[in-house]
Design a protein. Structure first.
Length: 251
């Protein structure tokens, strides 16, 4: 895709992002919706407001062939927001594309499978990260965003901030996970982040400006799942219901 500044509708693109921010949309939603505008603009090499319903039908027909329905739905929502708030027009999306409603049951890891994953993880930061994700039933970004102040060691609770639906919640903290987090923090000693982006010299780890890279964590999880021989469908399988601790016997 073209860089945003090279888009024929660059000014509209910036307004689109600004309105998403003003409506309090999550960063991930803003990235996804703005990517939808870049993708369709790049596909036709023109501004979206110049497209006819027939062109959009052909565009989404091509998307259905090459992408998941999940991505199709996200792009549809991004364009729908654009039509409503930027162009201030009514977009008849039902006549253009209507993703099917699918209710699927996620793959669930057993405690023994989680132990296998952690055993096959060679880097300490990913070991502790995987333990944190699976032992507390967290989403990837929830674990990455954890801060030192979110840990209530006395009550064995963790404050998850702005989770799904931008809602906070308290999650039980298993003793093993607390010990692992303490050990890992004693190595990097970042004043705020539990999983800082460890780049450069070791003595500078405590000065990291952001948390561990999400893409790097995802790739590490994929490799570990392949190495462990677990045959679940999704590479980011959950350990159970979010907020329910899983008690493990990982050395």
């Amino acid at each position: 895709m073209k860089k945003p500044e090279n888009l024929p509708c660059y000014e509209q693109y910036l307004r689109h992002i600004k309105l998403l921010e003003l409506q309090g949309k999550a960063k991930k939603t803003i990235d996804s919706y703005s990517r939808a505008i870049r993708r369709v603009s790049d596909y036709f090499d023109c501004c979206p407001d110049e497209l006819t319903p027939e062109q959009l039908q052909n565009y989404f027909a091509d998307m259905v062939k090459n992408h998941s329905w999940s991505m199709v739905k996200i792009d549809r929502l991004g364009l729908q927001f654009y039509w409503k708030h930027i162009l201030q027009k009514d977009w008849q999306w039902i006549n253009i594309v209507k993703p099917p409603k699918v209710k699927s049951i996620p793959d669930i890891l057993t405690p023994s499978e989680i132990e296998r994953l952690i055993t096959h993880t060679h880097k300490l930061r990913y070991q502790v990260y995987l333990l944190t994700v699976y032992s507390m039933g967290l989403r990837l970004q929830e674990a990455l965003s954890l801060q030192v102040s979110d840990i209530d060691a006395e009550r064995k609770l963790v404050h998850i901030r702005r989770g799904k639906g931008a809602k906070d919640r308290m999650v039980p903290l298993p003793e093993l996970t607390l010990k692992a987090l303490r050990h890992y923090w004693s190595i990097h000693r970042h004043p705020e982040l539990l999983f800082p982006n460890l780049k450069g010299k070791k003595e500078n780890h405590c000065l990291a400006e952001g948390h561990m890279d999400r893409g790097g964590a995802q790739q590490a999880m994929k490799r570990v799942i392949e190495d462990s021989g677990i045959k679940k469908k999704s590479p980011f399988i959950r350990s159970g219901i979010a907020g329910r601790p899983i008690y493990l016997n990982v050395a």
